[in-house]
Design a protein around this ligand. Structure first.
Ligand code: SF4
Length: 401
């Protein structure tokens, strides 16, 4: 297998950062999935002042600063609080794991439900959930986040109530039935599922997930027995001008490996608020023209828009190899339409799901496989040179074209 790694049992936040080889990692969950221009400019400034000068967008649509020194952490927290980017406690920041459709609109219930759910999760009576346990509010004109990791999903139903009010589904990941009802009861239903998860020992390890519990075929509460009749998932929105949904506009831009310099962040803030996505992309809902910064990815055919990498060595203490320079080499040979995931160890932080090509650093080299997750690779490690040769010849075979 592709090796062992430590399970920390918690994810970094701002109040509880995680120590890496290059200093502390501070991760932020923008409260409604967006940074205002002012917040973005402030974060860029903080990244320059206290961090490495770069910001990273994660696969949970969080944004993180790296290289923070312990002595600077209090000043950083103070600045984040001024900008409204700090939660009231470690418990709240670790439990408020809510992913929003980046294409939410002011009239689609996303914002009020996000606030209410965040408050409910921070309540003292709320169940204590595993660090990876997440809620997905996918309430736009169509579900865009089905492929994103989540445990409790909330989606708009394509049917309405007899009084023409919108209805919503709340359902556990992996289930075929769920709850269908009005907006006013959505948060209660989502929290009922969280309580059910904890009552049934879903939290048996720090990485406990809803899907595992559902696979045990435990009966869901009575209110969650309506057979799901969901809208079909929306296709991935292409980079560039956004035309999904009524009244949508703006532009979707890609970040190479999910990273942006502080200067690029400042540049993007000139286009209005930044909506975070779990796709290493940022949606600029108020942009009227295509942003043209040379570091941005604006073409879906760009191989860099199809490669996920984690931090890797030397910044991650668990890494068994470097990922960044290898990713540049893979970008040169990756066939059109194919995706690659490069991981510094078997933990696979950058991507939980299988990928067309997955490459994992090992002691003494790399493993790679097709349609594999980072933790499921076997065999002898290849040097980088042999790995690239092996990939090149695999890509040239007709079955990989
Ligand atoms: S997957 Fe990458 S970032 Fe995550 S622990 Fe391993 S080396 Fe570090």
């Amino acid at each position: 297998m592709s090796g062992s790694f430590d399970i920390k049992g918690w994810c970094p936040g701002a109040l509880r950062p995680m120590l890496a080889a290059d200093g502390y990692v501070v991760r932020l969950r923008p409260k409604d999935g967006q940074l205002s221009s002012r917040q973005g400019l402030a974060l860029a400034d903080l990244a320059r002042r206290y961090g490495t000068g770069a910001l990273t967008l994660t696969s949970r649509a969080n944004i993180q600063l790296r290289g923070i020194e312990a002595i600077d952490h209090p000043a950083l927290l103070l600045a984040l609080e001024v900008e409204g980017l700090l939660d009231e406690s470690v418990r709240v920041e670790s439990q408020r794991n809510i992913l929003l459709s980046p294409f939410w609109q002011a009239n689609d219930a996303t914002q009020p439900l996000c606030v209410a759910l965040g408050n409910a999760l921070g309540d003292t009576g709320a169940p204590l959930l595993p660090s990876k346990f997440g809620f997905v509010l996918d309430l736009g004109d169509a579900p865009y986040l089905r492929a994103a990791s989540g445990d409790v999903r909330v989606e708009r139903a394509h049917t309405q109530s007899p009084t023409q009010e919108p209805l919503f589904w709340v359902y556990p990941e992996g289930a075929t039935t769920g709850w269908l009802g009005h907006q006013s009861l959505v948060v209660k239903a989502a929290m009922d599922l969280a309580h059910w998860f904890v009552r049934h020992n879903g939290f048996e390890n720090p990485r406990g997930r809803m899907r595992v519990l559902i696979e045990r075929a435990l009966p869901l509460p009575d209110a969650f027995q309506t057979p799901l009749d969901l809208m079909p998932p929306a296709p991935q929105a292409p980079l560039g001008a956004v035309q999904v949904g009524l009244g949508q506009g703006g532009f979707l831009v890609g970040l190479r490996f999910g990273q942006m310099s502080a200067d690029l962040c400042s540049y993007l803030c000139g286009f209005g608020p930044l909506h975070m996505t779990p796709w290493r992309q940022i949606y600029l809902p108020q942009a009227k023209v295509q942003p043209t910064h040379p570091a941005l990815l604006t073409d879906a055919n760009d191989p860099y828009s199809r490669i996920d990498i984690c931090t890797g060595a030397p910044a991650c203490t668990q890494a068994l190899g470097e990922t960044l320079s290898l990713a540049h080499e893979v970008a040169k040979i990756l066939p059109k339409g194919r995706f690659a995931h490069l991981s510094g160890c078997a933990k696979g932080c950058a991507r939980a799901s299988a990928c067309d090509v997955t490459i994992v650093a090992q002691k003494g080299g790399f493993l790679w496989g097709r349609n594999a997750q980072a933790g499921n690779l076997f065999g002898p490690a290849l040097s980088q040179e042999y790995l690239l040769e092996d990939l090149q010849s695999a890509f040239e075979r007709p079955d990989h074209a």
